[in-house]
Design a protein around this ligand. Structure first.
Ligand code: OAD
Length: 268
């Protein structure tokens, strides 16, 4: 484990840049930390984390939705309004650039926001669903046409009745994975295949506490990948990783992309 706090390109471990530019496949898994500098709260920050301030048992389970659909729908409408007001940051843009310039790059995200797409990433694998893809609780029909957000929702949301499904009349639910629910099967299967085939796995802005997503880097490592963590804090994966870069994703990812660009003359 090689822990560094790079402030400049020169302070990046040369072995990391060499490994990245020579890699046949790079997989990156992002978490809420990458969107934190866009103003979206993470889940486990001691002060501002969503699960520090709100009870997931009341907001993020199917039982909660059936009990109080207006409370749950209104809370996710607030999160959606935060997402729409936020802009991608340098970390999102750096990963989008990596994808366009390095052909064998795949992006997995636990984030339900659309900041990767808005930064230019073509089709990130959304392991935990997407706020922009609400669907019917009963029949599963996608109901992706969101009514325009006229004004920001109040902090923490307000009670709003969810719309009804045009197919079956069931309640429309947020398009995210809740506690106790499986991840979208095809997406997770694709993520496992990519993780197991890559030779570098970057874990970016995630606490690596939530399973099964947290198993992807371990599985990649077991299959021979080099692991690199980018985080402002320690994570349980640090001790399994060859490279630990301590600092914000918005400062470190652009350093990495620039260093890769300089090192690999075949990039456009
Ligand atoms: P967490 O809140 O668990 O962790 C966020 C991580 O980002 C922490 O390790 C922070 O240290 C780090 N971090 C914060 N700001 C950062 C920055 N500017 N630069 C780098 N790192 C930073 O969020 P996730 O790991 O995404 O699931 O949580 C995983 C899942 O738990 C979420 O997808 C969500 C939640 O329950 C669902 O909603 C299904």
């Amino acid at each position: 484990m090689n822990v560094v706090q790079p402030q400049t390109e020169r302070e990046l471990p040369p072995a990391l840049i060499q490994t990245l530019t020579r890699a046949k496949r790079i997989v990156t898994l992002t978490g809420a930390g990458i969107s934190a500098e866009s103003g979206l709260p993470t889940f486990r920050d001691k002060l501002t984390g969503l699960w520090t301030n709100y009870n997931p048992a009341q907001l993020a389970t199917s039982e909660a939705f059936l009990r109080e659909p207006d409370l749950v729908w209104g809370w996710y409408k607030w999160r959606e309004s935060q997402m729409l007001a936020a802009k991608p940051n340098a970390g999102h843009y750096a990963l989008a650039k990596m994808e366009t310039q390095f052909p064998r790059f795949d992006l997995l995200t636990q984030n339900v926001d659309n900041l990767h797409e808005r930064a230019g990433s073509a089709s990130p694998f959304h392991l935990h669903g997407e706020l922009t893809k609400p669907r019917c609780f009963d029949c599963g029909t996608l109901n992706a046409i969101l009514p325009p957000m006229i004004s920001p929702e109040p902090e923490g949301g307000r009670r709003i009745n969810p719309p009804k499904c045009t197919q079956c009349g069931g309640l429309i639910r947020p398009g995210v994975v809740w506690f106790g629910e499986p991840l979208p099967e095809a997406t997770f299967d694709a993520a496992v295949t990519l993780a197991d085939a890559c030779d570098v796995f970057l874990c970016v802005g995630t606490s690596s506490l939530v399973h099964p997503a947290a198993e992807l880097p371990i599985s990649a490592k077991r299959n021979g990948a080099i692991l690199c963590i980018i985080n402002i804090e320690k994570t349980p994966l640090d001790r399994h990783s060859e490279f630990v870069l301590r600092g914000s994703t918005s400062s470190i990812l652009p350093l990495i992309v620039n260093a890769m660009y300089r090192t690999n003359a075949t990039w456009p």
